[in-house]
Design a protein around this ligand. Structure first.
Ligand SMILES: *[C@@H]1O[C@H](CO)[C@@H](O)[C@H](O)[C@H]1NC(C)=O
Length: 448
């Protein structure tokens, strides 16, 4: 056995080196011409073929007799026509009683125009002028190609989704079953053109938020659809719609003329929706990503306390400030403001009722009296905790913030109050201890 094997190898090597060994590549539909050495009348042996993808060696030509109908033999010429991928493999010859040796290794090239199309779209192709018929072979099909259009046999073309209009070859609405190879052949079977069409589903993505309304359009209006839903991270498909009919009891899901409505969308709607036609072809994949609504701003309990404290603070300061104008009148601590404070009592009487207005224009005015409350407070390093509560007051404009702005900054008790401003009980004594209006302030607070 080993001896036989060695003999074979040596013969192959010997034969290959002596008669020439070729590696050839040819396009699908083309032909293979054999070297002159293997043509009659010179060649008087057998020609074999061994398929590349497995299978036994078969006789192709015996002396000048063809064993394959595609083999055209004449004096000085041997040609294998209409090559297909089944011809990929090795040709070998034997002469007399000698062992066969390889002469040609053949590779078949696809040589097709590659086209990618989306489900439902039409397809157009300018057919070569001499096209006599068109063959179609589905991907990975083991069958022989079938004729989908024949110039001399109009019967085969009737009622088909395939049409030839003039020289334009048209497929009306593509689906995956149309994916494959189309060969445009001449009368003598020569391939003039070859197309490879891949049909893919339409892919879409939706990003939405919880509680919103989502409408997922059907791939087209002229078909009934079966829709499945696969929740994100899972594999099992749940059917939502079967041939156009709703089959889910989720009341948020409704059928619309155009598609499916989900209202309101929930986080569990994140996932993949697949739309299939009645033949089961996948027309559309919709990936839905539902995100949580941005959470409402959570206020810390301290913030509420600070707001209440801020209101009390503002009322107190406002009252004190107004009252201070009166007190100043009697104490006359600040002589430089005497002319203004002299006018203050009249202002006080009116401003108790209407807090906005001229009081601050009359008050003693250092450089920064007209700055808004916010900037004054944020300028104080110790008052940051109080800031959020005071801010809305300034923003609302309900109180004349600049009124007390200049004065309370210059006095000590009030910044202390701000420091402890978060806790009202501790703030109260501070205020009532202040040299300003004791009675009035505590009355207000009791009332609150
Ligand atoms: C095309 O139609 C003609 C007439 O029916 C027929 O003879 C011929 O074999 C057909 N060609 C192919 C490739 O089927």
């Amino acid at each position: 056995m080993l001896l036989l094997y060695l003999t074979t190898v040596s013969c192959v090597v010997f034969g290959g080196s002596s008669a020439g060994f070729y590696e050839k590549s040819e396009c699908y539909g083309k032909f293979l011409r054999f070297p002159f050495t293997y043509t009659p009348p010179r060649f008087n042996g057998q020609l074999y073929f061994t398929p590349k993808k497995g299978g036994s060696r078969k006789l192709v030509m015996d002396k000048d007799e063809a064993k394959d109908p595609r083999l055209q033999i004449s004096i000085g010429s041997v040609v294998l026509t209409d090559l297909t991928e089944r011809d990929e493999g090795t040709f070998s010859v034997s002469v007399g009683d000698a062992m066969p040796y390889d002469i040609i290794k053949l590779e078949i090239l696809d040589c097709a125009y590659k086209e990618y199309r989306i489900y439902g779209n039409p397809y157009f192709f300018v057919a070569p002028e001499l096209t006599e018929y068109i063959e179609f072979l589905h991907f990975h099909s083991e069958d022989l190609p079938r004729v989908v259009w024949n110039r001399t046999d109009p019967e085969t073309n009737k009622g088909s989704r395939w049409q030839m209009k003039g020289s334009i070859w048209e497929i009306k609405s593509l689906n995956q079953a149309d994916g494959g190879y189309y060969n445009f052949r001449k009368k003598d079977k020569t391939v003039l053109s070859r197309i490879r069409i891949v049909v893919a589903e339409n892919k879409r993505r939706f990003y939405t938020n919880v509680n919103e309304r989502l409408v997922i359009d059907n791939p087209s209006l002229d078909a009934t659809w079966t829709v499945t839903f696969t929740p994100a991270g899972e594999v099992e498909k749940n059917t939502l719609m079967e041939a156009g009919n709703l089959v889910t009891d989720d009341r948020r899901i409704q059928i619309m003329p155009k598609g499916i409505e989900i209202n309101p969308v929930n986080i569990i709607d994140s996932g993949t929706f697949e739309f299939r036609d009645q033949q089961g072809h996948l027309a559309q994949i919709v990936i839905v990503m539902v995100e949580d609504e941005p959470p409402p701003p959570v206020l810390h309990p301290y913030v509420y306390i600070a707001i209440i404290g801020g209101i009390i603070f503002a009322v107190v300061v406002c009252c004190c400030c107004v009252k201070k104008c009166c007190c100043r009148n009697s104490s006359s601590k600040r002589h430089e403001s005497a002319p203004e404070t002299a006018a203050a009592p009249a202002v006080y009487c009116h401003d108790l009722i209407q807090p906005a207005g001229p009081s601050y224009s009359v008050a003693p005015v250092p450089d920064n009296s007209y700055q808004p409350m916010n900037s004054l407070v944020s300028g104080e390093p110790t008052t940051t905790s109080l800031e959020p509560s005071v801010e809305p007051l300034g923003g609302q404009g309900g109180y004349p913030a600049p009124t007390f702005g200049s004065d309370f900054l210059s006095s000590d008790p009030v910044p202390k109050f701000e420091l402890k401003g978060l806790s009202i009980p501790s703030a109260l004594p501070l205020v009532s201890d202040s040299t300003f209006c004791d009675v009035y302030t505590s009355d207000k607070l009791n009332f609150l």
